[in-house]
Design a protein around this ligand. Structure first.
Ligand SMILES: Cc1cc2nc3c(=O)[nH]c(=O)nc-3n(C[C@H](O)[C@H](O)[C@H](O)COP(=O)(O)OP(=O)(O)OC[C@H]3O[C@@H](n4cnc5c(N)ncnc54)[C@H](O)[C@@H]3O)c2cc1C
Length: 384
């Protein structure tokens, strides 16, 4: 029997994208979101061409392109000498090579654009302030498929035997912002800069919507179980300071100066089943929360949502869900591997760091770009 109606738990990037993707296939949906309103959550987001290509299908890319920044390059820079080690070209090059733009924006900008499209779509119905606990929320109409887009702490996971569980990754993000007019000159206003140093890296890029730099330092660290976003304690600040030993004084003082740091322990999920063989499926962070070392979590959520809708459009639900999982799992596994490799390379120390810098220095920009073709050049199922 063809799928006609879906229930979606969670109105984050994966849930909203799923509603839009299903609607394009003529499938209606009800989305249940625990928050009473969708407010400014999260930080900056890099949207790579594999994801922006999908956003174009919902006619929201044009609006985003007007407010976001298309960085001219993704630069890898030494955290001690501030010397550029390598740069992947982006901007016009990204549009030409990967057929869609690479943009950076505030996560809220993307979520609001998706939300506006969902609200305007007669096949999508959003219920705010409805939290799923141990049972599913009451649907207005019986759902043929139930989609868990409820993030790393997913409740719907309990309906899928052998589903992944969340675990602390051993990494902590410290986030802050700097008004653009106060930013030191070593912060490039036209690109994404990743400063690399032993045990930590710092990603910085300007957010045009807010006139500030989004700054996220990621280090190894410890936390109390279930700790979540908060101001770092004196001890956590000391932990960060220790990780920055040997870093350039200008960067260290930037982090010291910013009293308003957000301490953000990073959780990921173990591998496990994403669907129950009947009508329940997990997507996005609910299925495979990953570390931001390849900046692909939201992009994978968008790809998941789009491809799930494609599979559901022309087969029985159980078959579509099994196919979806089989199709997506190898790509997610490969991305996790890339993330783990990036972590190793970004946080390298001693001789490994010297080797890394040599290798990066020898790689021409085109060869760095070619290494990313499988990620950014990906065309989700059924895309032209
Ligand atoms: C520091 C950092 C930097 C990152 N940078 C990038 C980047 O540059 N590019 C990129 O692609 N990705 C990036 N990511 C990853 C990206 O943010 C996530 O992968 C993505 O937002 C996941 O979206 P989601 O919709 O699956 O989950 P979420 O965004 O977590 O959304 C889940 C939604 O479900 C709702 N919900 C939860 N539980 C319930 C419930 N029981 N009932 C009802 N509703 C519920 C929540 O309120 C929320 O709205 C980064 C992540 C981090 C931590």
């Amino acid at each position: 029997m063809p799928v006609e109606h879906a229930a979606i738990i969670g109105a984050g990037i994966s849930g909203l994208t799923a509603a839009l993707a299903l609607s394009r296939r003529g499938i209606s949906s009800e989305i249940f979101e625990q928050a009473g309103e969708l407010t400014d959550v999260g930080a900056g987001l890099q949207v790579s061409p594999n994801a922006s290509r999908i956003l174009a299908e919902f006619s929201i890319l044009e609006g985003l392109s007007k407010v976001w920044l298309e960085p001219d390059a993704i630069r890898l820079i030494s955290g001690s000498s501030l010397r550029q080690l390598a740069a992947v070209p982006a901007g016009k090059f990204a549009r030409e090579r990967w057929g869609a733009p690479y943009g950076v924006l505030h996560r809220t900008t993307l979520q609001k654009a998706l939300l506006a499209a969902v609200t305007a779509d007669p096949l999508c119905r959003l219920h705010l302030g409805v939290r799923m606990d141990t049972t599913l929320p009451p649907f207005e109409r019986a759902a043929d498929v139930v989609i868990g887009a409820d993030g790393v702490w997913s409740k719907l996971r309990q309906s899928v035997v052998g589903s992944p569980s969340p675990r602390f990754s051993g990494n902590i993000a410290y986030r802050f912002t700097i008004p653009e007019n106060e930013a030191p000159s070593f912060l490039d206003r036209a690109s994404v800069s990743a400063f690399l140093g032993g045990s930590a890296h710092l990603v910085c890029y300007p957010l045009r919507e807010t006139g500030s730099f989004n700054m996220v330092a990621i280090t190894a660290g410890n936390i109390a179980p279930q700790a979540w976003q908060s101001e770092p304690t004196a001890e956590q600040r000391a932990q960060l300071r220790a990780r920055l030993s040997g870093w350039n004084a200008a960067i260290v003082s930037l982090l010291e100066k910013h009293r308003k740091l957000t301490f953000w322990p990073l959780f990921e999920t173990t591998s496990g089943a994403w669907q129950d063989g009947r009508k329940t499926v997990l997507i996005g962070d609910a299925a495979h929360a990953m570390m931001p070392f390849a900046a692909q979590g939201a992009a994978m959520a968008i790809e998941d949502a789009y491809e799930l809708a494609a599979f559901l459009s022309n087969r029985p639900v159980a078959e579509a869900l099994a196919l979806f999982e089989r199709h997506r799992a190898p790509r997610i596994a490969k991305l996790r591997q890339r993330g783990a490799f990036n972590r190793f390379a970004y946080h390298a120390k001693g001789p490994i760091r010297i080797g890394r810098d040599l290798v990066l220095g020898l790689k021409p920009p085109l060869s760095l770009a070619a290494d990313l073709d499988w990620i950014y050049g990906y065309r989700a199922a059924d895309l032209p």
